[in-house]
Design a protein around this ligand. Structure first.
Ligand code: PMV
Length: 331
């Protein structure tokens, strides 16, 4: 494993004579359908959130691989360098280069530990920066594989949905590593609200696995249904059927609650959003904290929903356009 210069390391001086820097960018993701069931081989749907980005610069330095970040929420977490350093190492390895002599500095606007795929976004930016530093063009599949390799260090065995969505331009239908990008015709907007509670995806995934062992029949029925919803939801998103999409978000949330990955805070935000007129609302990502996503119908005013979410204790609120576009807006 590659070595790291101490915690919160600052960028060491460049290697004499080497003036080049590589630059890379990636973005947040939002899971709309199929979290948790995707881990067990069912389909899932996620959208890239281009407006919330992570950037990295890779520079040649003497010595071991190292990383620095401008985001205190990232560097406050023990072992935060593991994924970024592994992203540098995996990319160098793929390029046939020695795993040393590169520093990556990260500027991330992706909230960490909130279901926005912060670590995959950072890894995606680093992979692109290291490739750029060496004048290499990596295709999407290769970038996905390298991000996934880095993610495995910190997250055990992630489904790959995060990694794949951070390298995508359009909505992603994902199952067992296979991916189809598609266009969403839905109008309106998604409102994402933060419970303020840090959710541990690893623990939530382990809890679902424990339930599968304890009550296999019930848990499998719930996971099957989440997978079936993801299939129907892709159809609804493609044709822009907001009512159907909202209904499937509500049903997904009921199932996720039964699987044990909801929380008091998530339920409070979901109830506030639907009570204020959202067409549907559910947790997004690992759950047990993190964010919820609510669907606002076309022409409906999102203000009532955002006010209700704020009153219910939302720690942060973002507006995400349903059809991903590199120039999408957030609030
Ligand atoms: O918590 P996030 O945003 O990394 O999403 C996790 C999604 C899961 O399906 C629960 C896990 C996975 O590996 O896909």
């Amino acid at each position: 494993m590659a070595s790291v210069i101490g915690l919160n390391a600052h960028r060491p001086p460049p290697r004499p004579g080497a003036a080049v820097a590589g630059h890379g960018r990636s973005h947040a993701k939002l899971i709309l359908f199929g979290e948790h069931s995707v881990v067990h081989g069912h389909p899932a749907i996620a959208v890239p959130v281009h407006a919330i980005g992570a950037e990295a610069d890779a520079v040649p330095v003497g010595g071991a691989l190292s990383v620095s970040s401008d985001d205190a929420a990232i560097t406050a977490r023990e072992g935060w360098q593991d994924v970024p350093v592994m992203a540098i190492a995996a990319t160098l390895r793929r390029l046939g280069l020695p795993e040393e002599g590169v520093h990556a500095s990260i500027r991330s606007r992706v909230p960490a530990g909130r279901g926005f795929g912060s670590s995959a976004a950072v890894a995606g930016a680093i992979v692109a920066a290291v490739a750029d530093l060496h004048g290499a063009e990596l295709d999407r599949q290769t970038r996905f594989e390298l991000v996934q390799e880095a993610e495995r260090v910190a997250h055990g065995n992630p489904s790959g949905l995060d990694a794949r969505t951070t390298v995508a331009d359009r909505a992603v239908a994902f199952q067992r590593g296979a991916v189809r990008e598609f266009d969403i015709a839905l109008q309106g907007s998604f409102v994402v609200a933060d419970t303020g509670v840090h959710g541990s995806t690893r623990r939530a995934v382990a809890d679902v696995r424990a339930l599968l062992e304890r009550e296999p029949e019930r848990a499998e029925t719930l996971l099957d249904r989440l997978g079936a919803i993801a299939v129907d939801a892709e159809r609804a998103l493609r044709v822009g059927d907001a009512q159907a999409t909202g209904g499937m978000m509500d049903e997904s949330q009921r199932i996720l609650r039964e699987l044990g990955v909801s929380s008091v805070e998530i339920e409070a935000l979901v109830t506030a959003a639907t009570g204020a007129g959202a067409l549907g609302a559910k947790l997004s990502g690992g759950g047990q904290g993190g964010c919820i996503v609510a669907l606002i119908g076309d022409g409906d005013d999102a203000t009532a929903v955002t006010e209700a979410l704020r009153a219910a204790g939302a720690a942060g609120i973002w507006s995400v356009p349903p059809a991903p576009h590199p120039s999408g807006t957030t609030t």
